[in-house]
Design a protein around this ligand. Structure first.
Ligand code: FES
Length: 140
């Protein structure tokens, strides 16, 4: 049997490649996104100026800090988590039915965040809204 000698640099390079492989392999198992995970963090408190932009008119909506805020056709404000509880699609607001719709697999949530149509089976986090002049507070 022949013993091969390698330089210190060669040894470190080979060990480094092995360590990187182990790190990637261990992460691959634990970094997979699970389905039907709950929506994002519930701690929200923000002020939005509704004198201009999408929320200045009935039927408008926008997404800010992971929350979708909508102005209904009757002029009230509603806010829910913007991430679908099925597999994380970004929701849109449908003013004519006053519902939040996921474009990925078609889940539908009502204005309170409850599931109207699957495949999602977990409600959205709903947030409070409070209007003062043209300042809308959205908070948990
Ligand atoms: S990600 Fe929204 S319905 Fe599947």
């Amino acid at each position: 049997m022949e013993i091969k000698t390698i330089s210190r640099e060669e040894f470190l390079r080979q060990v480094g490649v092995g360590a990187a492989f182990l790190l990637i392999a261990s992460c691959a198992g634990s970094c997979v996104k699970t389905s039907n995970s709950s929506s994002s963090s519930s701690s929200v408190d923000m002020i939005i100026n509704v004198s201009s932009g999408p929320l200045s008119q009935n039927g408008g909506s926008l997404i800010q800090s992971g929350v979708i805020i909508a102005r209904t056709n009757s002029g009230t404000f509603i806010a829910v988590a913007a991430t679908c509880t099925h597999q994380g699609g970004t929701l849109g607001y449908q003013a004519n039915t006053n519902e939040f719709v996921c474009p990925v697999h078609g889940a539908i949530f009502n204005a309170s965040g409850s599931v109207v149509q699957g495949p999602a089976n977990t409600a959205l986090q709903k947030y409070n809204t409070s209007l003062s002049g043209t300042s809308l507070r959205v908070y948990s």
